[in-house]
Design a protein around this ligand. Structure first.
Ligand SMILES: Nc1nc2c(c(=O)[nH]1)N[C@@H](CN(C=O)c1ccc(C(=O)N[C@@H](CCC(=O)O)C(=O)O)cc1)CN2
Ligand SMILES: NCC(=O)N[C@@H]1O[C@H](COP(=O)([O-])[O-])[C@@H](O)[C@H]1O
Length: 237
């Protein structure tokens, strides 16, 4: 079947950066990537697949509404049979996650990606996912709504907001970063960062709105940078 992917009109002479996107929720950053490919702010690129791990992720609808549509794959830890529903044993859970990560790596690699972008992907990867992609030369980048070394993990915006309200936020400033993904969560080398100044009297929702706006800009710029480097490497082959 023809590889129907969201890709900009590219000049044909240049190789195309094949991008796999992974998301768990609303997908507004995924939408920014779709739009960035179509309007060529991310040139010579194609989003070849979306993987999502939550059944209600609106990101799936965004893929189906894209022109051309973007193929999707639902890959959930429980529904795919890796972790029995309600399992709480720590070792069994670790083993299940490792098996899930290994299987997901093979699924992703089937699509010959040059780049994987985590756009609100809320699952921490272990080595069984990271090593096969590294061995295949596939870069993985992640969007995180905090500055390097600050607020690693989930709920970063809310934690920074609460520290600001308590007068404990460094320079009253948080931000957004796009970074390479390594096993240590949110500690990979930063590719791009942008600071966001917190404002007195602002609600969490208002801060989240401003941060999402920065995310949508930064994820396109960082993906364009890393995709161009991938195209350059392919051109030299
Ligand atoms: N090995 C890595 N995996 C991931 C990274 C990373 O840098 N290294 N980045 C994350 C994205 N992320 C923050 O940017 C992040 C996402 C989710 C969590 C988390 O605690 N997840 C829980 C489940 C939460 C849920 O299902 O709602 C978990 O995985 O058990 C922390 C950080 C993507 N992966
Ligand atoms: N640690 C990762 C993390 O917190 N990611 C955050 O998930 C949201 C996804 O929104 P979206 O689904 O609308 O793109 C974004 O705010 C992103 O920074």
């Amino acid at each position: 079947m023809a590889d129907t992917t969201a890709s900009a009109a590219h000049d044909g002479a240049q190789p195309v950066c094949r991008i796999v996107v992974m998301a768990s929720g609303n997908g507004s950053n995924f939408q920014a990537l779709i739009d960035g490919v179509v309007d060529q702010r991310i040139p010579n690129a194609a989003i070849v697949r979306l993987f999502y791990n939550k059944a209600k992720a609106y990101a799936r609808e965004r893929a189906e509404k894209a022109v051309p549509t973007i193929p999707t794959e639902y890959f959930n830890l429980v529904s795919r049979g890796f972790l029995p529903k309600g399992e709480t044993d720590p070792q069994r859970t670790r083993d299940a996650r490792a098996a899930y990560d290994a299987a997901l790596a093979q699924e992703v690699l089937k699509h010959n990606p040059d780049l994987v972008v985590l756009a609100g992907w809320m699952h921490v990867f272990s080595a069984p996912f990271l090593r096969p992609l590294d061995a295949a030369g596939v870069k993985i980048i992640n969007l995180h709504p905090a500055l390097p070394g600050r607020y690693d993990g989930a709920h970063a915006i809310e934690r920074a907001f609460n520290d600001f309200k308590a007068g404990k936020l460094q320079n009253n400033t948080t931000g957004v970063m796009i970074h390479y993904v390594i096993e240590e969560v949110d500690r990979g080398q930063a590719i791009m960062t942008q600071e966001v100044q917190c404002r007195e009297g602002e609600t969490l929702e208002q801060l989240e709105g401003r941060i999402h706006g920065v995310e949508h800009k930064l994820i396109v710029e960082a993906t364009a940078k890393v995709a161009a480097e991938a195209v350059e490497r392919k051109s030299r082959r």
